[in-house]
Design a binder for this molecule. Structure first.
Ligand code: ZN
Length: 324
């Protein structure tokens, strides 16, 4: 009975990471570490395509809820934002930091509109160099997550992890799955969006759904999100999720070893690719926190091919260092 209760009572505690597609890896590193001041917390390869990088950005420790990752394919064609995708990735910034960020983006030639008020927050929208739609969201809870103290930008203004993702969906069941199956708490609608909150609060605790019954479907490519991963505390709860998702009539993959977490994947009814990823073992599995992201890391099953992999990867200037 205990196990049954555990299984029925489970709730997603928020976003684990978001993975998107980029073009040029150097341009991606420069934008996310230089302009946005995120930490490169893991430099590795796409395990299914080891000739390309997999770049992970996050907070000082690479905590779940702060992670945005990219598959950078040089020369990749651009995708199209649309239904069945995460359309926007939003980062938290402290209240009072909006002026700093408007100046920072302008100084680097990044176009923005004016910040928009919605719920209890102000959101500034802009695009990354591949056209991925991002937001900086100033809100009261941002300061509950510590900034990267040693980062390149002033800590008092710095990004405090993910704020939310915004899904575009034509399907009523997208919202129902979040609330009734995954355990998100529906908040009152505002600004044409339905908002869902994870419990407990933390970075990446919110998901917005914009219902677009007549919207065009998106297509994958550079500048689009590939998937959003939700957190789960351990492998036992992940297996319970796998059963629950299957009972909803959705196709769910077996558990996959992603080295820094274990993953299952499924498409929600509106078409967005969802992953459920374990918090452990995390990014300090193969390098100490002080050295995160400073060298190319390969999983044990690719280590014997390191020389060939390094030869195929394009050279990359990291913050303070050149690799490959
Ligand atoms: Zn993922």
């Amino acid at each position: 009975m205990e196990n049954l209760f555990y299984e029925k009572d489970k709730k997603i505690p928020g976003i684990h990471h978001v993975t998107a597609i980029a073009g040029d890896p150097q341009r991606n590193v420069d934008f996310y570490t230089g302009l946005l001041g995120l930490r490169l917390v893991k430099l590795t390869v796409n395990f299914d395509d080891p000739g390309t990088y997999h770049l992970y950005y996050g907070d000082e420790a690479g905590r779940p809820g702060t992670i945005l990752t990219f598959f950078p394919w040089p020369g990749a064609r651009r995708g199209r934002r649309g239904n069945g995708q995460v359309a926007t990735v939003s980062f938290s910034i402290p209240q009072g930091a909006m002026g700093y960020w408007q100046a920072q983006l302008k100084r680097h030639g990044v176009a923005t509109g004016q910040p928009k008020s919605r719920f209890d927050e102000e959101a500034l929208a802009f695009s990354d160099p591949d056209g991925l739609l991002l937001e900086l969201v100033a809100h009261p809870a941002a300061e509950s997550h510590a900034p990267w103290q040693e980062g390149p930008l002033p800590a008092a203004r710095a990004i405090r992890g993910l704020h939310s993702v915004t899904l575009w969906s034509s399907h009523e069941r997208t919202a129902a799955l979040l609330a009734e199956t995954l355990g998100f708490r529906p908040l009152p609608d505002a600004a044409g969006r339905s908002r869902f909150a994870a419990t407990p609060d933390g970075p990446g605790a919110l998901v917005d759904v914009i219902h677009r019954p007549d919207g065009e479907p998106g297509s994958g490519g550079a500048g689009t999100v590939h998937h959003v991963a939700w957190r789960t505390p351990d492998g036992a709860q992940q297996l319970a999720w796998r059963q629950t998702i299957g009972e909803q009539g959705l196709h769910v993959t077996p558990v996959m070893d992603r080295r820094y977490f274990h993953s299952i994947y499924f498409r929600e009814p509106g078409g967005v690719l969802f992953e459920i990823a374990t918090d452990p073992p995390g990014f300090t599995l193969d390098e100490p926190q002080a050295q995160l992201g400073t060298q190319l890391k390969l999983p044990p099953w690719l280590e014997s091919r390191r020389a060939g992999i390094e030869q195929r990867l394009p050279p990359l200037d990291l913050p303070g260092k050149r690799v490959a």
